[in-house]
Design a protein around this ligand. Sequence first.
Ligand code: MLT
Length: 418
Amino acid sequence: MSQTKKSILNANYVKLPGSYLFSDIAKRVQQYVSTHPDNQVIRLGIGDVTRPLAAVVIEAMHKAVDEMGSIASFRGYGPEQGYDFLRQAISEYDYANRNVAIALDEIFVSDGSKCDCGNITELFSNEAIVAVCDPVYPVYVDTNAMIGRAGEFDISEGKWTNLIYMPCVKENGFLPQLPSEDDSNKIPDLIYLCFPNNPSGTAIGFEDLKKWVDFANKNNSIILYDSAYEAFISENLPHSIFEIPGAKTCAIEFRSYSKTAGFTGTRCAYTVIPKELVRDGVSLNSMWNRRQTTKFNGTPYITQRGAEATYSEEGQKEIKETIAYYMKNAQIIRQGLIDCGFEVYGGVNAPYIWLKTPDGMTSWGFFDFLIEKAEVVGTPGSGFGPSGEGYFRLTSFGSLENTVKAIDRIKQKFQNIS
Ligand code: MLT
């Protein structure tokens, strides 16, 4: 008797198109480098930092390593939610200093915002309607697809059938518009917002963010707010969604030391879930606590001591100097591109510069052109969603020397494109 064999695989993974954006780019760059081994490619693609950790962070981590080597101060499993010394520093410096009261048990320290943004999807039903910006950090989309909430991938549209895409384009200043409330079945339950934005570098003001908080409270939606780039804000803008009245009943915030303090390789972040955030009588804070205590054994003590050191006077001084270094790069990229006649956005409150590709080139067409003609790597806008087509992202996380070199090369190729 012949039987159809059941599949034991998660079919949602099979539906995912291609590979993860940055793995795809790395593969293409590797291919180029292997065929041009003598050439010097400058990587301004993935937003990975290049400056070393602050001296006080290193000192704190060395001290923590020594503690681990002595029987009197050795530590085994730490609290899954993070040590109180770090949660206290977060509550005080990142929130109380901005007049926001966040209790220690509303803070969950982790090994990265990418993981938290992905893992948070577990708390919600597959019926939940998800809205994302377009273009968007691909992790929000792909992790919802992996869990089966995104529907099917429509190749012709470059979109998932069950997701609501909120175009962020030149015409709306790269800010998402509030979803329509006409059909209650189509109001998003989960809304991903990232400000300052990856990839467009756009920031949001207090009034605009308040509109989202009011919308979410009115419609029982939850905003998943990624503020990984808040340290790059140079103007008077909200650093946290909790600076907006009413946000505690409708938002979860993700924060990271990756870009703020150079921890992309060291791994430390945190997620804030206010106790007021309750749906169907259930506290999201308790759900996340249950999830973390079951699936996560905490961020290493040594790493958390390093993160704590970023809040010291010297730590703040050093990380601010590093951020200023990257923002100087951003300024060099912006100005260099403007001088060539490119249409340029971002780079003022964010480490990302978002540019319109010249002569109607596609994003991937420009990627190939730039690597071949200038040996500079960036990220194609279309990799972040269909509305990113015709755009391109450069990061300011390279060294000053390479940034200057990259812009000089681009200038030579694109002098006066307008
Ligand atoms: C990016 O380049 O968009 C970032 O590196 C992504 C990330 O933080 O994972």
